[in-house]
Design a binder for this molecule. Structure first.
Ligand SMILES: [Zn+2]
Length: 87
């Protein structure tokens, strides 16, 4: 696998889609059931977009691709995304 950065690399592009900080949301991996903040995911960044992989099993959690025609978000690898209440 190529080098990766941590899930905090998703903060900028994801903030354009969600009104909350997705890096502190708890992601549940659909493959192994690992529960972890999205900020703990292994994120692979390329010109094609961002691919977030599970820190435990390495399977794909989320793919974010930005194109001139819009943004494609695939979350098929997540069983769930828990967002803590604010305030
Ligand atoms: Zn996993």
């Amino acid at each position: 696998m190529p080098a990766h950065v941590d899930g905090n690399a998703l903060a900028g592009p994801m903030s354009e889609l969600f009104a909350f900080d997705v890096t502190v949301a708890t992601a549940v991996c659909g493959s192994c059931g690992d529960n972890a903040h999205m900020g703990q995911a292994m994120v692979y960044v390329s010109a094609m977009g961002h691919v977030a992989r599970c820190r435990s099993c390495g399977d794909v959690l989320m793919v974010l691709v930005e194109t001139p025609n819009g943004t494609m978000l695939n979350v098929r690898g997540l069983t769930g995304l828990r967002i803590a209440p604010t305030g």
